[in-house]
Write a protein that binds this ligand. Structure first.
Ligand SMILES: Nc1ncnc2c1ncn2[C@@H]1O[C@H](COP(=O)(O)OP(=O)(O)OP(=O)(O)O)[C@@H](O)[C@H]1O
Length: 323
């Protein structure tokens, strides 16, 4: 799928390498594709994001979890140029600095971040819902003719590029089993199909890293497995995946590494089976939920945390017994 189709992916080797790392916030990774330093975002007197240092491992699926209001979406917005850090960006002391593939992104706008290969998914807005599935896909291409005056002026090149984009869109629609919906309005798709379209659209730009904001939200069980498989196959083809998700079963099953945020800070990092049951993490969730009435759609309730902790403990015991 991505340009790194020949990436020598070996999940066991990657996991083994990650297993050797110290499990603490800000730990260095063997091959980081994204590094973040000193990123702060305040809204009035409230600090929504305060990340001292974070590295995202190339080729891995990294989950970003944390209780409601932890700052995950704000952090995504900052990384992708849709928001600006309160402490400014650049290399000066006290400023936020972040680099993708070694390239500083602090002063880069959202379009350029996307061109650099870091693409996030977007929910279907009203305007996008009124467009067809194919039109949505074409919007995802990084080199839309309309965007580039020079290409727009050179008509034959323009037509060729558009044809290539259509071919790529058709390939992706087939892969995501949306080809039968190609000419339907995107607004008419089911919740799960919309999620697939968001992912397929992001892939039009051939990203080296894809950022998914709650890929499982609103997806019915029939499509859950298919979404999980798509995410895993992206990773297996060499695309780095960073995703925010509340569905802890999904996090546990597909992540190679988990980063936990609470109150704007990274409070823990590690292997899913270890970090998700660590005391600091459970306390962060319980603390956040402590004085609040949980809505029905809060997937991560105290009961779920306990159930996962028990499930993980059983698996660890079985693994140990098998050794
Ligand atoms: N534009 C804004 N103006 C004021 N406060 C904001 C704004 N955006 C986010 N916040 C606040 O910043 C904090 C972090 O919010 P954010 O949406 O990033 O958290 P989150 O971890 O993504 O939460 P959730 O899991 O519920 O989506 C919250 O307290 C939120 O109310």
């Amino acid at each position: 799928m991505s340009d790194q189709a020949n990436y020598p992916y070996d999940r066991a080797a990657l996991r083994a390498e990650l297993r050797t790392l110290e499990q603490r916030p800000g730990v260095s990774k063997p091959d980081p594709i994204l590094t973040v330093d000193n990123m702060q975002r305040r809204f009035g007197g409230m600090t929504a994001v305060d990340v001292e240092h974070l590295e995202v491992q190339r080729g891995a699926i990294t989950a970003l979890i944390g209780p409601n209001g932890a700052g995950k979406t704000t952090f995504f917005n900052l990384l992708t140029g849709f928001d600006r850090p309160s402490n400014g960006a650049g290399s000066g002391s006290g400023k936020a600095g972040w680099a993708f593939e070694g390239r500083a992104l602090g002063r880069t706008n959202a379009t350029k971040v996307a061109r650099a290969g870091m693409i996030r998914t977007f929910q279907l807005t009203k305007a996008l819902s009124r467009m067809t599935v194919l039109e949505n896909m074409l919007i995802g291409a990084n080199d839309q003719p309309g965007e580039n005056l020079f290409v727009g002026l050179v008509k034959p090149l323009w037509a060729k590029r558009e044809q290539e984009n259509i071919e790529r869109a058709d390939e992706l629609l087939k892969r995501f089993k949306l080809d039968a919906k190609r000419n339907d309005l995107a607004g008419g798709l089911s919740g799960g199909q919309k999620k697939l379209l968001e992912m397929a659209r992001a892939l039009m730009a051939n990203p080296s890293m894809i950022m998914l904001d709650e890929p499982m939200a609103g997806v019915n069980p029939a499509l859950t497995q298919s979404l999980l498989e798509h995410i895993q196959s992206l990773r297996d083809e060499g695309t780095t995946v960073l995703f925010v998700e509340h569905d802890m079963h999904m996090v546990r099953h597909i992540s190679d590494w988990v980063v936990v945020m609470a109150q704007g800070q990274v409070i823990a990092e590690g292997l899913p089976e270890e970090v998700m049951t660590s005391k600091a993490v459970v306390d962060a969730y319980l603390g956040a939920h402590h004085d609040r009435d949980l809505g029905d759609d809060d997937v991560l309730t105290t009961g779920v945390i306990r159930a996962i902790a028990e499930e993980v403990a059983e698996e660890v015991e079985e693994e140990e017994a098998a050794r």
